[in-house]
Design a protein around this ligand. Structure first.
Ligand SMILES: [Fe+2]
Length: 260
């Protein structure tokens, strides 16, 4: 079969010319010699072959892109989506007015957490019946569908806010975790003398008509890794008190979405 001819794409030419221009300036400023250039290409090649490109990009680049876009704009600050999101999480519904329960094993280890929030628009009105997606790691600091032995959608689910924009979910405390260190990303961490830990966090994604999708994270305000987060995902308005009240922990945070 004959390959279809590809037409010249002016946008590709424009973006590629810009890329070359800036990468040349970068090489010049970094005074990269040829051996260093070759080392970089080999490392980037391994990054791709090991499947770590999304990990590296999410941990070291995504945060900078978001910070540049959103600092100083009203509304809850986004944080990185990260490499551990998967589509197709189950819908979780409330039974007999009980709090929602994030998908979990019957014997799920970890301290029980009740997390509640309110979602509103920047104009102040509550966003009722909007989709909230939530995912987190378990007491072993592993994510389902990745490094955990748990079922694919464990500690993942989506639900809808009530008529006042409120929600309350029963889950477990998330755990601080190291990003993978045994591949090219870990190699980079060692050369850069960076530690691999992320503070404990819940991942949340909010979708509402007429609003920008808000992808963010929530952090306990006393986590020891807050200042050293390897992915630089911590923002002041994403910190909240996770209060230990004996047999469980309670936390809450309100979220404000930007209009499209
Ligand atoms: Fe995470």
């Amino acid at each position: 079969m004959q390959k279809e001819a590809i037409k010249k794409n002016d946008r590709v030419v424009e973006v590629f010319d810009l890329f070359v221009k800036h990468i040349q300036a970068f090489f010049e400023e970094a005074k990269l010699n040829h051996e260093e250039y070759t080392n970089f290409v080999n490392w980037a090649d391994r990054l791709g072959r090991t499947g770590e490109l999304p990990l590296f990009a999410d941990v070291f680049l995504e945060s900078h892109v978001l910070r540049a876009m959103y600092t100083d704009t009203p509304g809850t600050q986004p944080s990185l989506l990260g490499p551990y999101y998967i589509e197709g999480s189950p819908l979780i519904e409330s039974k007999n007015c009980e709090p929602l329960v994030l998908t979990q094993r019957p014997d799920e280890a970890g301290k029980v957490l009740y997390f509640k929030g309110n979602v509103s628009s920047v104009d102040g009105h509550p966003l009722s019946n909007i989709k909230v997606e939530m995912w987190q790691n378990d007491a072993d600091a592993t994510y389902s569908a990745f490094d955990s032995v748990a079922p694919k959608y464990n500690l993942r689910g989506h639900f809808y806010t009530d008529e006042n924009g409120d929600f309350k979910v029963k889950s477990i405390m998330p755990t601080p975790y190291p990003i993978p260190t045994n591949g090219p990303t870990g190699e980079f961490l060692e050369y850069a003398d960076k530690q691999p830990m992320r503070p404990a966090h819940l991942h949340l994604m909010f979708e509402a008509e007429g609003h920008e999708t808000l992808i963010t994270q929530v952090f306990p305000d006393d986590d020891v890794w807050l200042e050293e987060d390897v992915a630089d995902g911590v923002r002041l308005d994403l910190l909240t008190k996770f209060e230990d009240v004996g047999d469980h922990v309670e936390a809450s945070l309100d979220f404000v979405m930007r209009k499209n």
